[in-house]
Design a protein around this ligand. Structure first.
Ligand SMILES: [Zn+2]
Length: 294
């Protein structure tokens, strides 16, 4: 029947089926929130008995509820039904995602097994190739989180967002703490401090920039005159350091990377009153960190 009304009807009917399951899944959630999980379980069991995609969704929601109730064994049974369906579905990924929250090592095993089973033939299908890359990224992320050093293959396939973020946090922690490493005191210039604290959140940095520079000044003063080993770093240094950190295989490699880094501008101490301030503000020392004169 090539009738437009019939097409509309068909579209309507299939939309209604979707809505029915969605409504049921939603009301199951409502029952959980209202403290009547028994009704929710009834709905999930009904959808599971009906089978199909909605059954998988019901398994997932039911598993989530069971995890919340600390009935982990039962939750894994529900997830098992979805996991056995194969790793090319979005629901499989959601199931492993849930496993990851509770047993990251088990989730890593599932990713490894899934990657193993993908054949070269399957990779010719673009959708499956995309899923393969998702699995590889997940494997790398979990290895990273579990402290397992990354392999050449992991590094070759590019570092994901979460590892980059963790590396940058660690790098910031290492470079923003005011402490001399091997006699060398490194600090961020005013521009870098402002830019980094804007990007990475103020709580990583001292409440006020002035407090940060006062702390550095105190260390430099305590160490006395002469050419104190202090290095001022700019955003260009941050970019170079972040680039070096990106290639690190393990979080534990970062301190060595920071220690080895030889960029930045050497700062003379004590500074001349009419010289540009050591903090990198571009203002004369006597009008910047040298004010009031001590
Ligand atoms: Zn200054």
């Amino acid at each position: 029947m090539k009738d437009s009304t019939a097409d509309e009807l068909r579209a309507c009917l299939s939309a209604m089926t979707v809505d029915r399951s969605e409504d049921l899944l939603e009301s199951a959630q409502d029952y959980v929130y209202c403290g009547q999980p028994d009704h929710a379980v009834e709905i999930w069991e009904q959808l599971i008995a009906e089978g199909g995609e909605d059954a998988d969704q019901a398994h997932l929601d039911y598993a989530e509820h069971l995890f919340d109730e600390h009935e982990d064994d039962e939750a894994y049974t529900e997830l098992g039904a979805v996991l056995s369906a194969g790793h090319f579905s979005a629901r499989w990924l959601r199931a492993v995602d849930m496993v990851e929250d509770h047993k990251p090592a088990m989730a890593l095993c599932l990713y490894l097994l899934a990657i193993e089973t993908i054949t070269a033939e399957e990779l010719r299908n673009p959708a499956r190739a995309r899923r393969y890359l998702q699995l590889v990224a997940a494997r790398r992320r979990l290895k990273w989180e579990l402290g397992i050093p990354l392999s050449d293959v992991d590094l070759h396939s590019g570092i994901g967002d979460s590892e980059s973020r963790v590396k940058c946090w660690e790098l910031l922690r290492l470079t923003t703490e005011v402490q001399a490493v091997d006699g060398q005191l490194r600090f961020w210039d005013r521009g870098a401090l402002a830019a980094l604290s804007q990007t990475w959140g103020r709580h990583t940095f001292p409440e006020r920039p002035d407090a940060y520079y006062l702390e550095i000044k105190a260390v430099l003063q305590a160490r006395g005159g002469g050419r104190a080993g202090a290095t001022r770093m700019s955003m260009a240094d941050w970019k170079r350091l972040a680039g070096l950190a990106r290639d690190a295989r393990h979080l534990d490699d970062l301190p060595a990377i920071v220690n080895r880094y030889d960029g930045g501008t050497t700062v003379e101490w004590p500074p001349g009153r009419n010289q540009g301030c050591w903090c990198g503000s571009g203002i004369k020392y006597k009008k910047c960190c040298g004010w009031p004169p001590s």
